[in-house]
Design a protein around this ligand. Structure first.
Ligand code: GUN
Ligand code: ZN
Length: 448
C-alpha cells in the first residue's frame, strides 16, 4: 500500500461554512470519526465505522480521542524576521529602520537565507501551520532559499521577492527597475505552481515603492495567471499620514494601490486597521483580503482591527501572525490575542469562529479553499493532531471542559506549540512532537 494512503481515526472537526453567519451548519464533528487519505488527498471524512467498511484493506492509524483539524493557515509572515522577533521599544516606522532593514540585509547570502528558511518552516510545522503567505527580502536568493525548503516538505506556501525603491537604506533598494522586474519574472518562472508553491508579487508598502515600481508590480501581475499581490495597508497612523503626503492624488491609502491596478482577487493586505468606509467597500467589491495580525498590532501599538466592519461590508479576512512584528508562530496564540482585540471593542470572537478563521476562513481569504482549509473530498490532506495535555495546566484545564466549544476556546486561549502533537502535509506526517521533523518520503508510523 502507498505510504500516503490510509485511514486515520480520531475526533474529526472541520468547517464547511462561517459560524458567525451560518451558526447551525458551519461545522461537522465526528467524535468517533476518521479521515481516509488516498495519494495525499482526502477521500472520505466521517464516522470511523463507515471509513473502515468502505476501505477495508487500508491501514489504520489510530489517534482515537485526539482532535484532528485541518492544518492552520497563516496569511501574512516575514520569514527573514525570525531572528528579530520581540525587538524592543518602537512603533512601525522606527521599528523598520532600527531592526528590520539591518536584519533583511543579510539575506543576500543564500546560505544564510537557507538556514533561516529551515528554522522558520520548522517553527511553522511545530505550530501546526501548514500554509503561509510569506515575505522574502529584496534578494532573489531569499526567495529561492524559502521555496527550496518549502518544496522539500511538499508544503503549499506563497512567497515573493520584496520590491522597494525608496525610503529605505541604499543597501536594501531595488536601484534598477528592469533588474527587479527580471529577477521577479525569473522567480515566477522557477516557482509559481512548481509542485505546491505559489508566487506573490510583493511591493512592500506605499512608502517604499515609487509610482514607477507600482507600475512594474502591475506588469508583473500580468505575466502569469493566479499570481498573488502581497503588501501592507493602514497599519499605523504615522504611516497613513506619510502615505497621504507621498501620494496626494490618491483618494486614500487603498487607492494608492488601486490606481496602479493592484487591488483585486488574490491581493492580500496585512493589517487594514485605519480604514474609511470607502476603503471597506472597495476591498469588498474587488475581492481583496485583509490579513489580520493581532499579536503584531498589539506589539507595535498599531491599533485595533475592526472585525465587525469587515464582516458587515463583506471584506475577506484571514488570520496572520506577522512574525517578526508578531510575537508568536502559534496561530492558537494569535487567536488568543485576536479575541482580546475584539473584547477591547465590545465585540466577540467565538470559539467556532476562531477555528474557522484559522482554517477555512483563511483559505477563502487567499482563494485556496478549493484545495485546503477543510476535509471535503478531493482536498489536499494537510491536517494536525492536537494534544490537549501539552502541559499540566492545559491538561487540568481541559479536564474541566464539558463541550467541544469550551475545549476549542481553551485551546485558542492557552494553547501553543505544545498543543500540536503531529502535523501532516499531503497526508505525510512531517512533524511529530516526540520524534521531530521528517521530510517526505517517510514511512508511516504507528500503523495498527
Ligand atoms: N510595513 C512595511 N513593512 C513592514 C514589516 O516588515 N512589518 C510590518 N508589521 N509592517 C510593515
Ligand atoms: Zn508584515
Amino acid at each position: 500500500m502507498k505510504k500516503d494512503t490510509y485511514i486515520i481515526k480520531g475526533r474529526v472537526l472541520h468547517f464547511i461554512d462561517e459560524p458567525d453567519t451560518t451558526p447551525e451548519n458551519a461545522y461537522e464533528y465526528y467524535k468517533t470519526g476518521a479521515l481516509v487519505v488516498e495519494d495525499g488527498k482526502i477521500a472520505f471524512c466521517g464516522e470511523a465505522s463507515d471509513a473502515v467498511s468502505r476501505y477495508p484493506t487500508y491501514n489504520i492509524v489510530d489517534r482515537s480521542n485526539k482532535l484532528i483539524i485541518p492544518g492552520l493557515i497563516d496569511t501574512h509572515m516575514h520569514y527573514p524576521q525570525t531572528e528579530m522577533i520581540g525587538a524592543y521599544g518602537e512603533q512601525l516606522l522606527e521599528w523598520l529602520e532600527t531592526y528590520t532593514f539591518p536584519t533583511e540585509r543579510k539575506f543576500s547570502d543564500k546560505a544564510y537565507a537557507k538556514d533561516v528558511s529551515d528554522r522558520f518552516i520548522a517553527e511553522c510545522l511545530r505550530n501546526g501551520t501548514t500554509t503561509a503567505m510569506v515575505f522574502g527580502t529584496i534578494h532573489p536568493e531569499s526567495v529561492d532559499a524559502f521555496f527550496e525548503v518549502s518544496d522539500s516538505y511538499n508544503m503549499r506556501n506563497i512567497c515573493g521577492k520584496v520590491l522597494m525603491d525608496r525610503n529605505a537604506p541604499d543597501y536594501l533598494l531595488d536601484t534598477d527597475l528592469d533588474t527587479a522586474k527580471k529577477q521577479t519574472e525569473d522567480l515566477i518562472h522557477r516557482w509559481h505552481n512548481k509542485g505546491r508553491q505559489l508566487y506573490a508579487v510583493t511591493p512592500r508598502f506605499t512608502p517604499t515603492c515609487t509610482p514607477e515600481m507600482m507600475t512594474v508590480a502591475k506588469e508583473l501581475m500580468d505575466t502569469a495567471p493566479d499570481l498573488y499581490m502581497h503588501s501592507h495597508l493602514s497599519e499605523n497612523k504615522g504611516e497613513c499620514a506619510w502615505v497621504a503626503e507621498l501620494e496626494p492624488e490618491a483618494t486614500d491609502y487603498l487607492d494608492a494601490y488601486d490606481r496602479y491596478g493592484l487591488v483585486g482577487p488574490r491581493s492580500v493586505f496585512a493589517h487594514g486597521i485605519h480604514l474609511s468606509e470607502r476603503e471597506y467597500k472597495r476591498l469588498a467589491e474587488t475581492g481583496a483580503a485583509i490579513a489580520h495580525s493581532p499579536t503584531s498590532n498589539l506589539f507595535l501599538g498599531s491599533g485595533l482591527w475592526n472585525k465587525k466592519a469587515c464582516q458587515e461590508h463583506g471584506v475577506r479576512a484571514g488570520l496572520a501572525s506577522d512574525v517578526g512584528a508578531g510575537t508568536s508562530f502559534s496561530q492558537l496564540q494569535t487567536l488568543n490575542e485576536a479575541y482580546k482585540i475584539q473584547q477591547l471593542q465590545g465585540e466577540k470572537l467565538s470559539a467556532f469562529q476562531s477555528f474557522y478563521f484559522a482554517t477555512l476562513g483563511s483559505a477563502k481569504s487567499i482563494y485556496l479553499d478549493d484545495k485546503i482549509g477543510n476535509f471535503e473530498e478531493g482536498k489536499e490532506a494537510d491536517f494536525i493532531i492536537l494534544d490537549n495535555s501539552g502541559t499540566e495546566l492545559m491538561d487540568y484545564r481541559q479536564s474541566h471542559c464539558k463541550t467541544l466549544e469550551e475545549e476549542l476556546f481553551v485551546l485558542g486561549t492557552i494553547g501553543d506549540d505544545r498543543s500540536i502533537k503531529e502535523t501532516y502535509v499531503m497526508g505525510v506526517c512531517v512533524y511529530d512532537k516526540d520524534q521531530g521533523f521528517r521530510r517526505p518520503p517517510v514511512e508511516l508510523k504507528a500503523v495498527s
